[in-house]
Design a protein around this ligand. Structure first.
Ligand SMILES: C[S@@+](CC[C@H](N)C(=O)[O-])C[C@H]1O[C@@H](n2cnc3c(N)ncnc32)[C@H](O)[C@@H]1O
Length: 293
């Protein structure tokens, strides 16, 4: 809010890479209808995560869903007829999203992002090892899917070198294939280079697959809940235009640095803070230098 109690929106960046600091619903209302090629939505999951002091938990499940349906409707409105949308939420709310979305769009795949989470071990139930993603399009006959840009190894052909004798003449199985609907990618860990200070940062590899498959160079990609701005970061690397919206100023600062838009924010240097093991290395190197002198 500004001093007049208006909910304020701030814009950063340029025509190719835009960051919006503000509420997703308010900001999306400013985006032209049918203008976005690809939307990746990774909203708060209503599971009590702490987003920079704001708790991701609604009083009632119905309130959460009502809020989600509002931004889903806006996404559908601003998505191009040829566009695609990938939507995430927690496993417990995904069935509601599925039912709501299947009446508005065509759901082409129900994806599972699977990861090893052996760090968190449930003792009295089966621990959570995946997050669901819905992949939807507007027009079954006209949508972007660059299958050749996301091929993965097909073990039958590549490793086992099996021959398909049902074919005449018999043929070696393909060594590459379009990935199936279970995607195994590690979560972003503290020691990984891409790590940012955000509790639910999505991995670069996950966004790479989505963006390569469902967009082309110069296409416009929207992420209404950008967090650490992984989507915009990958979009830029791959030559796509992007709009990233985020409510928390501290996360916008990560985006400004990650996307090389600003080096300073209100006089604050946006340099990445060294992680504890990097500090130790620096300290150790410092000591080593002293020792050798
Ligand atoms: C699940 S996280 C997104 C993480 C992101 N995909 C990444 O890779 O870092 C959801 C984000 O939505 C932001 N958020 C919550 N409510 C919002 C709102 N009304 N408008 C815009 N952003 C909001 C939170 O601050 C949080 O950073």
């Amino acid at each position: 809010m500004d001093e007049n109690n208006n909910i304020s929106i701030k814009y950063f960046g340029n025509e190719n890479t835009k960051i919006i600091l503000g509420d997703a619903i308010i900001a999306m209302k400013e985006i032209e209808d049918k203008s976005v090629d690809l939307i990746f939505v990774d909203p708060p999951y209503n599971i009590g995560k702490n987003f920079n002091g704001k708790r991701d938990k609604w009083d009632k499940d119905e309130d959460y869903l009502k809020w989600c349906y509002e931004w889903i409707d806006l996404c559908v409105k601003i998505l191009k007829t040829t566009g695609s949308i990938y939507v995430m939420t927690s496993t417990q709310f995904m069935p509601y999203f599925d039912i709501y979305l299947r009446n508005k769009l065509t759901i082409l795949s129900r994806l599972v992002w699977y990861y090893d989470s052996s760090g968190v071990q449930a003792k009295r139930y089966y621990g959570s090892m995946y997050e669901p993603i819905l992949y939807c399009i507007k027009d079954k006959n006209h949508y972007t899917f660059n299958a050749n840009n996301i091929l993965v190894e097909a073990k039958t052909g590549a490793k086992r070198k099996l021959i398909d004798y049902r074919k005449n003449p018999p043929q070696v199985y393909n060594s590459e294939k379009v990935p199936g609907n279970v995607w195994e990618f590690p979560r972003v860990r503290y020691r990984m280079d891409e790590y940012e200070e955000h509790p639910t940062q999505k991995p670069i590899v996950l966004l790479e697959r989505i963006i390569k498959a469902s967009s082309n160079k110069n296409d416009l990609i929207l992420d209404p809940f950008s967090g650490s701005f992984t989507t915009s970061f990958v979009a830029k690397q791959l030559g796509r235009r992007s709009i990233g919206i985020e409510l928390q100023e501290d996360y916008v600062k990560i985006g400004l640095r990650r996307l090389d838009i600003q080096k300073e924010y209100n006089g604050q240097n946006l340099k990445k803070e060294p992680r504890c093991f990097e500090k130790n290395i620096n300290e150790q190197q410092g000591k080593l230098v002293l020792f050798n002198q």
